[in-house]
Design a protein around this ligand. Sequence first.
Ligand code: SF4
Ligand code: SF4
Length: 285
Amino acid sequence: MTEVPHVPLVALDTLWLQVAGTLCNIECTHCFISCSPHNHAHEMLSLADVEERLAEARELGVREYYFTGGEPFMNRDMLAILEATLRQGPATVLTNGMLLRPDVCRKLRELFDGSEYSLDIRVSLDGFDAQSHDAIRGKGVWDRVMIGLRNLAEAGINPVITVTTAAEGVGSEEGRTRFLEIIRGFGFARPRLKVLSLFRIGAEEKRTRAYESWERLESLADEDAEVLQCSSCRMVTSKGVYVCPILIEEPEARMGDTLAETLRPFPLKYGACHTCWVDGVSCRT
Ligand code: SF4
Ligand code: SF4
């Protein structure tokens, strides 16, 4: 039997926080953790929970913080959480863009202006128009995201637009150009676009297919380990600390209660690890 390759933790640079748990205001057909308004597999993190993790992270020299869910802005503590985080390091929020009201965007701008660290907002789009986008994200979502992007633009915040390969045509040069034009349409002179691969787990497994048994990593040279984001990150959820932002539904990917307990190698035995390796995926911006 082939031995499963392990990835070392080279340095804990990036801390992810599943700040909205698995709760989301929509239910995308490609969501790799099957988030929904009813999925309580992982619960929201409170400001106190996050502050505790920030203290741990400071001790361990973490350099940057990412907030995800579910939908982070469903968490009522979200703005206070960002305020606390931005006293310590740069922060990025991954959002579906539907809850970016004018008052929220104004506060984000204040936080942005008041911190010596950067604050990035990443907004997901999965199509060039309402029809293609809403086929994946749900009826009426496109219109609400467009309002959210306008509100960000009015507050002078240039978001990163994240597109998954579920959006038809995004892989081509022409597709990228079309997305960049959409972003420029909001008045963002320097559009920022990130294209992400899909993981065949969660809802996406049902939409397309599960991983085949051969889709596994067979080996990993020491010098290649740093390409994988799990060599430099960990993920905090309400259930503990996991290896990365992708495997939070895998019980064995839970590495401990505290960050300090998770500073060890991890076996790359999952289909998702194959995608990370083959596609060179990093969830970081
Ligand atoms: S992909 Fe994002 S927006 Fe869609 S259900 Fe999952 S967490 Fe929510
Ligand atoms: S899914 Fe990707 S990031 Fe997570 S442990 Fe596997 S290779 Fe690392």
